[in-house]
Design a protein around this ligand. Structure first.
Ligand code: C2O
Ligand code: CU
Ligand code: CU
Length: 524
């Protein structure tokens, strides 16, 4: 059967409602909140929100002078509330806004010249709705997504996930936000509307003609990960956020291919963190800086009241060590290495506001998984991150499209403890005497949100680690966790509602494209 036959058959199943019936039968009966359990289960397509989404070429003006050729998503609401889709004045976007419990149907058309597929990062959806590379579609083809939004309120996002070309496709501009709201979030009393601002942080390199340059150093750049020399926020360089003298909710996404940010205000004002990847924390936590690795989100509550009109405040990325200890030894050094200090954006106080809003003391409820409930508590499932034969590997393996190893099979409705181990030298020598193994890996697991319960670092690697460790926010739900060199990070995760094949991988997109990705299978 040819690729297009398969696609046609799959689409036919979807369109005829057959696929949808099976899709909605399982999850709704088991894993939802009490509010949802009373809802009747639909047996056919009843999406309240329908969106046509295409990936296409475009041109946007980013720098003065010539427009930049980009790839971008373009969306349109074909059924439901038009406010569910918001465009950004950028190659980025759109922003999709949905409610928990809502049934959505997204018809994705690939108008690019190569294969692609959309992945909903952080969402808990059936495996054939998750945008696995095995579901990639060719130019001109369409993939229909249909799922119910089961996730709690939070800042989720979407981006391409085709085999070996995720990095370049995201780099060219393909990424958008998937913002979920729910009753719990509404009750928390956070700044909303124009005071709720998404900020997508990325880095890019432009050539003299204002065009995007990807991996100019070839294979070496790919092994380390792309690092651009310009910082863009919401697709714009030298980004300035105009604000009023009142509190804001800032939703930060690190949408960069491989750059890690250590975010802090220039004047040392502490950051008040209210949410992580999987939504609101139980209560706000304060940090002097926050570390945000590729794929991660963090939400801040920031009060600009009391700041003088016309004043500016810089959001900096502060210096840190160890994320790419060995790049220098490999030859070409990037203009702006990981860990160098630079300005991410400026905030300018442009308007007086009398509006007061207090920072809520409680934000949400997070049920805690317990280690003693993990089926493998005696022997955590360990995933060792190393470089072998110029490829990044997980437990010595690189990506295979359909297969899973014995130690990558888990059981539905169980809690497990997983460990990501980034301890160079532990698996024998990599190239250059193991030196190249010293890299940070932001590890991402598809299909669920997990809880980080423990971090350990090798004593001899503590000094570098301590330049970032106070910036971790492990208090909330996570789908991506930074594992620094020397570190061993322990997670609790639960496999619920869906069986099937899901990915886990490094969200350094060049590492991912080089094979630092594997499947895990949830079995009944
Ligand atoms: Cu954000 Cu598998 O990715
Ligand atoms: Cu993901
Ligand atoms: Cu990596």
């Amino acid at each position: 059967m040819s690729q297009s036959d398969k696609l046609n058959r799959r689409d036919f199943l979807r369109l005829s409602g057959l696929g949808v019936a099976t899709l909605f039968a399982g999850p709704l009966l088991s894993g939802c909140t009490s509010a949802e359990q009373g809802t009747a289960i639909p047996t056919a397509t009843t999406a309240e929100l329908e969106i046509a989404l295409q990936a296409m070429r475009g041109e946007v003006s980013i720098l003065p002078g010539k427009a930049t050729r980009v790839w971008r998503y373009q969306g349109q609401v074909t059924k439901g509330d038009p406010a569910s889709l918001q465009t950004l004045d950028s190659y980025l976007g759109p922003i999709l806004r949905v409610r928990r419990g809502q049934r959505v149907r997204i018809v994705f058309t690939n108008n690019l010249s190569e294969q692609s597929i959309v992945h909903w990062h952080g969402l808990h959806v059936p495996d054939d709705m998750d945008g696995h590379p095995r579901h990639a579609i060719g130019p001109g083809q369409t993939y229909v997504y249909e799922f119910q939004v089961l996730n709690r309120a939070g800042t989720y996002w979407f981006h391409p996930h085709p085999h070996k070309i995720t990095g370049p496709q995201v780099y060219k501009g393909l990424a958008g936000l998937f913002l979920v709201s729910d009753d719990e979030e509404m009750a928390a009393g956070l700044p909303s509307g124009e005071y709720d601002i998404p900020l997508i942080i990325q880095d890019r390199t432009f050539d003299a003609d204002n065009q995007l340059l990807y991996l100019p150093g070839g294979m070496m750049d790919q092994m380390m990960g792309f690092l651009g020399d310009r910082i863009l926020v919401n697709g714009q360089p030298d980004f300035v956020l105009p604000v009023a003298t009142r509190p804001y909710r800032l939703r930060l996404l690190n949408g960069s291919n491989s750059r890690i940010y250590k975010l802090g205000w220039e004047d040392g004002t502490p950051l008040m963190v209210i949410a992580t990847d999987g939504g609101l924390l139980e209560k706000p936590v304060q940090r002097s800086y926050v570390v945000l690795a590729p794929g991660e989100r963090v939400e801040l509550w920031v009060d600009f009241s009391g700041r003088p009109l016309g004043s500016e405040l810089r959001l900096q990325s502060l210096a840190f060590a160890g994320a790419e200890a060995t790049r220098m030894m490999m030859g070409r050094a990037p203009a702006l290495p990981n860990g160098s200090e630079f300005t991410v954006m400026r905030v300018r106080v442009e308007r007086e506001s009398e509006e007061k809003q207090a920072l809520p003391e409680r934000l949400s409820t997070i049920p805690r998984y317990r280690l003693e409930d993990a089926v493998n508590r005696e022997k955590p499932r360990a995933f060792t991150l190393t470089m072998q034969q110029m490829l990044w590997t997980i437990n010595g393996r690189t990506f295979e499209m359909e297969s899973v190893a014995k130690d990558e099979v888990v059981k539905l409705n169980t809690i497990e403890v997983w460990e990501f181990v980034n301890q160079p030298g532990s698996m024998g020598m990599g190239m250059m005497g193991g030196m190249v193994e010293e890299m940070a890996h932001p590890m991402h697991i598809h299909g669920l949100q997990f809880q980080v319960i423990k971090r350990e670092v090798r004593p001899e690697m503590t000094a570098n680690w301590e330049t970032v460790s106070a910036g971790y926010v492990d208090e909330g739900w996570k789908d991506t966790v930074l594992v620094m060199p020397g570190e061993r990070v322990r997670l609790l995760l639960k496999f619920e509602d869906f069986t099937g094949l899901y990915l886990y991988h490094c969200h350094n997109l060049e590492h991912e494209d080089l094979g630092m990705m594997r499947n895990y299978r949830v079995t009944a």
